[in-house]
Write a protein that binds this ligand. Structure first.
Ligand code: FAD
Length: 472
């Protein structure tokens, strides 16, 4: 195997292109060109490390250190196939943890591209976690400023690279539809290029040992597996996100990042209202691969400014394309950006595939969450372990950046519960353990993850897969 990897110049070039890829289909193609089909699972990591040890040494070191942790060395999930639906941060972290534990992670992703420019705020714990699994070695600009953040698409690309290096299988343009069963066990029905079929690898139908629903908001896995959902109502707040191209000119570099909320900085919001008749609850500006903004506004202000044409009680009607005056919306966002001291006149707003300025509006008034994180679902003669992670489990509030952070925590929890289920063979014990920590996950905050304060900053190495080591 080492010879296969090491001697082949084309494979070496493909690996270099894989590391530099900025686009999902290319990245996957280069990865397959860089690794022989006969090598699978963690063997891929060991062979790539041997073949490219002088390149990206920090990546190999980080992953070696992870694999050497006691919680992973016994490979408690060896021989198990985990089907993970969705290649967002939650699904990819689940795949990475499953690989560390010795399982075969198979990720199905319905899209072919990662296109979300929006930026995720990260907690210190999450940044340390990403560094620990080698993300910084692949993307050195990860969290270089005073505020920690990363664009969604960049995070997905980097986590995809790590998952592939660790032997996870990632199938794009593959939509999970439902489960089926045969005498061999549980299978997945997928839709690929508009055709439904049983998902197979190398001509054999995949037999699934556990299912992880990482398919985001309005999770199909959650409804298919009959997870109950609760809805929390909050004060009406409409979120608006938009991005400008970041050309890194001196004027752009000098703009200061902000994460303001009205109750913390009343004067700033009062002045914005006085000068521009714009009344916000929150305003976040982050300088990342793009200049990213997210703010929340009451609907009354959007109506009086003319962004929304008519008032409706249902958010679907209120935020329908017909009810939004696009020119007014652009004016609204430009004024906020200019008030935040960005040189708006020289900035180009990022557009969507139709060439329209990509300004997204979302209603944060209602938040959904599943009532439990894991369920055992009868499928033929098998009781399948099913777990939800990330937004599929609990809907985040973007301005506070809960999404990506809870995605990591819930993925770690989920893998721990599966491991516990296999070792105890008790549904009841596993479910009550999951119930105990699920409420802690729902209320987790940036300050709520355990760490040792060494006096030289936080040390999160005490945080392991076991939720007892992470939640206060
Ligand atoms: C358009 C959009 C903009 C966002 N903007 C922000 C923001 O500005 N700030 C912020 O903090 N958070 C934002 N979020 C939320 C943030 O992306 C998530 O909290 C974070 O990425 C963790 O999400 P996740 O991995 O659980 O789900 P996601 O990142 O949503 O990933 C779910 C994945 O599952 C795939 N999928 C869904 N159904 C299937 C299926 N049946 N088969 C196969 N694949 C499937 C989807 O294509 C997607 O790639 C945004 C989300 C969306 C959708």
């Amino acid at each position: 195997f080492f010879l296969l990897f090491g001697m082949d110049k084309q494979r070496a070039q493909a690996f270099e292109l894989f590391i530099k890829s900025d686009e999902l289909t290319e990245l996957i193609k280069h990865f397959h060109d860089s690794t022989p089909d006969s090598v699978t699972g963690l063997e891929i990591f060991h062979c790539l490390k041997e073949a490219h040890k002088h390149w990206k040494p920090n990546l190999w070191k980080a992953l070696d250190e992870c694999l050497a942790q006691e919680q992973y060395t016994k490979k408690p999930l060896a021989g198990k196939t985990l089907l993970i639906v969705g290649a967002g941060p939650a699904g990819l972290v689940s795949a990475i943890e499953a690989a560390f534990l010795g399982a075969t992670p198979v990720v199905l992703e319905k899209r072919e591209a990662f296109s979300r420019h929006n930026v995720l705020l990260l907690w210190e714990y999450t940044v340390e976690y990403f560094k620990r699994i080698g993300a910084k070695a692949l993307y050195p600009r990860l969290c270089v400023g005073s505020l920690f953040h990363v664009s969604i698409r960049r995070l997905q690309l980097v986590l995809t690279q790590i998952a592939l290096i660790l032997g996870a299988q990632i199938h794009i343009n593959t939509e999970f539809v439902e489960l089926s069963s045969s005498s061999e066990g549980v299978h997945a029905i997928i839709s690929h290029n508009g055709k439904q079929e049983t998902f197979s690898v190398g001509g054999n139908s995949l037999v699934v040992d556990a299912l992880i629903g990482a398919d985001g908001l309005n999770s199909h896995v959650a409804s298919l597996c009959k997870f109950e959902r609760k809805v929390a109502h909050a004060k009406q707040a409409i979120g608006i996100t938009w991005n400008f191209v970041n050309s890194r000119t001196p004027a752009e570099v000098h703009a200061e990042e902000i994460t303001f909320s009205r109750h913390m900085l009343r004067e700033w919001f009062d002045n914005l209202k006085k000068e521009h008749s714009i009344d916000l609850e929150n305003c976040v500006y982050l300088c990342d691969e793009t200049h990213y903004f997210i703010c929340t506004a009451p609907k009354e202000n959007l109506l009086s400014f003319g962004v929304l044409k008519e008032d409706f009680s249902s958010s679907a009607e209120l935020l329908s394309a017909d009810n939004i005056d696009k020119e007014k919306l652009v004016e609204y966002t430009q004024k906020i950006a200019s008030f935040a001291e960005l040189p708006v006149e020289s900035l180009e707003m990022i557009s969507n595939e139709q060439g329209e300025k990509e300004i997204q509006m979302f209603d944060f008034t209602q938040k959904q969450a599943a009532t439990e994180q894991i369920r055992f679902v009868q499928q033929g003669t098998t009781e399948l372990f099913v777990s939800l992670v990330g937004d599929a489990l609990t809907e985040p509030f973007w301005p506070q950046g809960t999404g990506a952070n809870r995605a990591v925590l819930s993925a770690q929890d989920s893998l721990f519960y599966y491991q516990k289920f296999l070792s105890s063979n008790s549904k009841e014990k596993t479910s009550s353990l999951a119930a105990k920590y699920y409420s802690k996950l729902c209320f987790s905050t940036s300050d709520g993850v355990r760490a040792n304060n060494s006096g030289f900053g936080m040390d999160f190495s005490v945080c392991l897969l076991d939720p007892a080591t992470r939640y206060m």
